[in-house]
Design a protein around this ligand. Structure first.
Ligand code: SF4
Length: 320
């Protein structure tokens, strides 16, 4: 039986500004975790720096409040150390697509089984509203002295290019729809990305609740939308990526949310590692003995030795 969403509330006061879209996002996370019946002891939420970076404090599972832009590498290390864990990143658009962009790309190309939930409000809220990478050119929010002269990053297009195998967009105030996206992203085997549009009620007076409520619509199968690659055909994959990329450009009177792209036929990084290191999934680093009974560190674990003999020595030999 599914757990109650309140199981996942840490009890700490959510100190975001009243009306912030983060409340909708965390409510969707609580609900999704409950419906997936995630074991709190086997679930990890990793935050970066920013308003959204506080999310791990508010969820009653394992959590890391990491460094600016570094939530993804923290999460990658956790997942690879123990692939049994469900690992979720919560970070802002500035955190993930600004200073953390290199890590965002690396996660997609590796296809590690992690879910990234990006709180996308177009501004750096925690540091008084500077333009974040998703703020469009020409927009002047109230904290900017002049309209933004930089072009915005398209998060969906970047995720598709990087190799994410589940790419979606949600809206923080459409909680049940976002909950379903989070459930699907976590259940997907591979790197998942959800771009969550959210109002920042203090610093972004352009992308407001009213702005979004007039424009947002849901991509759905009944409307003829099919984001999923159903074969291992490269042509089908390219057609689905192309369709997702084109739809992601729609930003005006109408803004789509939903799943843009899904491909379950790609191997994950963990699967590829287990081919190279046959004991990896059964004895990942987190399950290996790292110290003697006396507490002395053991540096050469089985997998480490195997890895070294396979790669380092072979590479050395091949270089002569
Ligand atoms: Fe939310 Fe903006 Fe306040 Fe940060 S500054 S908590 S994003 S409303």
């Amino acid at each position: 039986m599914a757990r109650n969403p309140s199981t996942y509330r840490s009890g700490l006061w959510l100190d975001w500004c009243p009306g912030c879209g983060n409340f909708g996002i965390i409510t969707a996370v609580y609900k999704a975790f409950a419906e997936l019946d995630l074991d709190p002891s086997k679930t990890v939420v990793v935050g970066g720096i920013g308003c959204s970076g506080k999310t791990p404090h508010f969820i009653n599972v394992n959590g890391v409040h990491s460094l600016h832009g570094r939530a993804i590498p923290f999460a990658t290390g956790i997942k690879l150390a123990n692939p049994e864990l469900t690992v979720v990143v919560n970070g802002g658009d500035g955190d993930i697509l600004g200073i953390g962009m290199g890590h965002f790309i690396a996660l997609g190309r590796r296809n590690v089984d992690i879910t990234v939930i990006m709180h996308d409000n177009g501004v750096y809220g925690l540091t008084k509203g500077q333009a974040a990478p998703t703020l469009k050119r020409g927009i002047k929010t109230k904290a900017l002295s002049k309209p933004n002269i930089q072009d915005a990053i398209n998060p969906i297009a970047i995720a598709l290019s990087a190799g994410y195998t589940f790419v979606a967009r949600g809206y923080s105030l459409n909680i049940d729809h976002l909950k379903e996206l989070i459930k699907q992203a976590i259940s997907h085997k591979g790197a998942s990305f959800i771009d969550v549009l959210q109002p920042c009620v203090v610093y972004n007076n352009i992308y407001t609740r009213e702005f979004y409520s007039e424009r947002i619509y849901v991509l759905d199968e009944e409307g003829g939308w099919d984001p999923e690659v159903k074969s291992d055909s490269v042509d089908e994959m390219m057609q689905k990526i192309d369709q997702a990329w084109r739809r992601s450009l729609e930003w005006g009177d109408k803004i789509p949310i939903g799943i843009f792209y899904k491909n379950s036929s790609y191997s994950t990084f963990e699967e590829r590692l287990s081919v190279e290191i046959p004991t990896y999934l059964e004895k990942p680093p987190a399950k290996q003995v790292i110290a003697t009974a006396e507490g002395r560190p053991i540096f050469t674990t089985d997998a480490f030795r195997e890895f070294f003999s396979k790669y380092i020595i072979q590479t050395k030999n091949s270089r002569g």
